[in-house]
Design a protein around this ligand. Structure first.
Ligand SMILES: [Zn+2]
Ligand SMILES: [Zn+2]
Length: 146
């Protein structure tokens, strides 16, 4: 049987420049289509989107510290790590994986060992933050609603 997914994956690996060029042309032809797709994804996957936002905020505030690739360690040659969630209800319980390891985990090619959640907190950074200004909160709320 023709495995369409595997074929697409192989194609993407073999011709990354073609994929990029195709995406670029599509952006020129249909401006706004990408954001519509992102909105549709967000509507379908509210938990994933919320988790991503929680990780971003925690990283910015120093509550969470980006680790090294859990699969390849310090020797990882596959670019920046991203946060992988095993359970979207535990928004800050993440496993740090490079793009390659992340794809392999999602494809079931790698099974991460179970472990207790690790929360690395950069206390110095978290404490050095000025207390939240109520004015800023309302400004942010307005900006978010707009
Ligand atoms: Zn993931
Ligand atoms: Zn890696």
């Amino acid at each position: 049987m023709f495995d369409r997914i595997a074929w697409q994956r192989a194609y993407r690996e073999k011709y990354p420049e073609r994929i990029r060029e195709y995406a670029r042309r599509r952006r020129v032809k249909h401006p706004g289509a990408a954001s519509a797709a992102a909105k549709a994804y967000a509507a379908r996957n509210p938990l994933q989107v919320a988790s991503r936002g929680a990780v971003r905020h925690a990283l910015e505030s120093g509550l969470l510290v980006r680790g090294e690739c859990e699969v390849h360690g310090t020797d990882c040659q596959h670019g920046p790590v991203c946060a992988h969630h095993e359970n979207y209800h535990r928004k800050l319980d993440v496993r740090w994986l490079c793009r390659k390891a992340h794809a392999q985990v999602h494809a079931g090619m790698i099974v991460l060992a179970e472990r207790e959640p690790v929360y690395t907190i950069d206390l110095e950074r978290a404490w050095s933050r000025p207390p939240m200004d109520p004015e800023m909160l309302t400004a942010r709320g307005k900006a978010g609603a707009a």
